[in-house]
Design a protein around this ligand. Structure first.
Ligand SMILES: Nc1nc2c(ncn2[C@@H]2O[C@H](COP(=O)(O)OP(=O)(O)O)[C@@H](O)[C@H]2O)c(=O)[nH]1
Ligand SMILES: [Mg+2]
Length: 304
């Protein structure tokens, strides 16, 4: 061995790993919207005790948004909060890998007690991809209750009246009562014009049918270190408020119908703050759904 053998081998410079680290956010001194963080129990009880005005009635909540927005996670999070432990697979069991083949599925949440399920149900639709998403015409059919469970959306052609999955005489429970647009906080600014147009088209149809509309801004923990550290900062972080305002201005959903949430994504235990935010949005969604049902009952349906 030569004399060089004791020399250390030249090492390559340490690799720099580029990871997206959100900058520290500017915060308001006081939250601009109130959440009673210490009293999750009353919001939970409100939802647990909720019953629609007429027996047998259910509130159908349709979530639409891009693949990966957090639609399934939101349904799973609601299921977890209401059932008191983390559920990750139960309601997403039939999620197909390809977005085109995803079936229209009604997700129910077990209640326990004399009523086996809660009187609100969820459907989700991959509706915002301008090229590959579910067609706006199919979303309109879903809103009116014409799409039966199990239907596989086809991005090329919409459901026809002679299809066995076409429900030609939808009842009040088949119709959608609240339309929820699910958008990740980090994509609000990069949304292309066609996506915005698609959201507006769907909204316009829902408005014609007098269906209330809500937006849920997910993944708020990923865009703000303050929120990641402490979810209670959600209504203090200026950046998040700006994103909500930007989204509101782009698609026309008023600020008081936009709710930031953090879904359960990797947790194994429930967290009071995560629960509180989920419950706060769910309570509003239920109230909007009830308004829609009351409207149905006070009007003879002429719109559809
Ligand atoms: N950090 C974080 N991750 C989330 C949140 N919501 C969803 N995710 C993750 O985002 C991914 C896509 O979510 P998913 O619910 O499958 O989206 P879907 O395609 O709209 O149903 C999953 O890996 C989730 O764990 C959230 O609020 N925060
Ligand atoms: Mg999904």
């Amino acid at each position: 061995m030569g004399s060089n053998s004791s020399q250390p081998e030249p090492q390559p410079p340490p690799q720099v790993v580029h990871r997206f680290t959100p900058p520290p956010s500017l915060c308001f001194d006081e939250p601009w919207r109130r959440i009673d963080w210490g009293d999750k129990q009353s919001a939970l009880q409100y939802v647990k005790d909720y019953n629609p005005p007429t027996e047998g009635q259910q509130i159908r909540i349709l979530l639409h948004g891009p693949v990966g927005a957090g639609k399934s996670s939101f349904i799973n999070s609601v299921n977890s909060v209401l059932r008191g432990r983390i559920y990750t697979q139960a309601l997403a069991a039939n999620t197909a890998t390809g977005c085109f083949t995803k079936e229209y599925t009604t997700y129910k949440i077990q209640r326990g007690g004399p009523e086996p399920y809660y009187p609100f149900v969820f459907n989700d639709i991959m509706g915002l991809d301008p090229l590959k998403g579910v067609l706006v015409d199919d979303i309109k059919l879903a809103l009116k209750g014409h799409v039966k469970n199990g239907y596989k959306f086809n991005p090329e052609s919409s459901l026809s009246e002679d299809d066995r999955f076409y429900n030609s005489s939808p009842n009040l429970n088949d119709k959608v009562h609240v339309l929820v647009c699910v958008v990740p906080a980090d994509t609000v600014s990069g949304m292309n014009d066609r996506t915005v147009q698609k959201i507006q088209d769907i909204r316009m149809e829902a408005s014609k049918l007098k269906i209330p509309q809500v937006a849920i801004l997910t993944k708020i923990d990923e865009v703000s270190p303050e929120v990641k550290k402490d979810l209670k900062n959600v209504y203090k972080v200026k950046y998040l408020k700006e994103k909500m305002e930007e989204f509101s201005a782009n698609v026309g959903i008023p600020m008081n119908c936009i709710f930031p949430v953090k879904n359960y994504d990797s947790e194994i235990d429930l967290d009071n703050d995560v629960d509180s935010l989920i419950l706060s949005s769910l309570k509003q969604i239920i109230n909007f759904g009830e308004d829609r049902i009351n409207f149905h009952q006070s009007q003879s349906e002429s719109s559809d």
